[in-house]
Design a protein around this ligand. Sequence first.
Ligand SMILES: [Fe+2]
Ligand SMILES: [Fe+2]
Length: 273
Amino acid sequence: MRVLFMGDVIGRAGRDAVVERMPEIRSRLTPDFVILNGENAAHGFGITPKICEDFFAAGIDVVTLGNHTWDQREIIPFLDSQPRVLRPLNYPAGTPGRGVGVYPASRGRKVMVVQVMGRLFMDPLDDPFAALERELAKVRLGAGGGMDAIILDVHAEASSEKMALGHVADGRVSLVVGSHSHIPTADAQILPGGTAYQTDAGMCGDYDSVIGMKKEAAIHKFVRKIPGDRLSPAEGTGTVCGVLVETDDRSGLAQRVAPLRLGGRLAETWPAW
Ligand SMILES: [Fe+2]
Ligand SMILES: [Fe+2]
């Protein structure tokens, strides 16, 4: 089966790019299941229930979030009522929402999506490695009673932490893909145990920016140590960035993996299959 994961959607430029290009993406890549990271969809900070519904209407199956999960307060009750929106798994017990879900796909297949958040250069949080182990111990990848595909979104700053989690999950999930850094990495590969991996999917947003935000205010924050304008999303044409994995129907492991980059400023890249 084919699963597409798209990275952090930044504001209107990112939302418009995804919604406008989804019909073309669907017809050319024929994904069976589509996931996107929506933590920056609402003007760069968090997401609203309305934006989630817009994504679902555009054909997105699951929305993952991250450290910006809580920026729009109206999303908090929605997290408990809408299982197709995930926040990182390794928040303390009792945190609203969930970090893992199992979803129906075509021909009776099941897809599990899980998100963990890293701890290097990020806010303190429960151990993502231990949290992941607890979830993977409950399931089995592959046909015959298990999960047809398991997708792990590692929302983290450090590429080292993402790679370590990739190797820990190798052979037990279909795809490990990073989010949060907003820049696509060129390391799409299938790890030795059969799990597809890319350190970061990249953002869906305007790349004439500082990781999706207007460059002037972002540069001011580095150059001057007094408060400047609030960061807001850059408004040029967005690039859609994602990773496509094709899994083996029996094992659930990856057969092929390739990046997708479409529209806006980045060189266009489609999987060659
Ligand atoms: Fe982000
Ligand atoms: Fe993030």
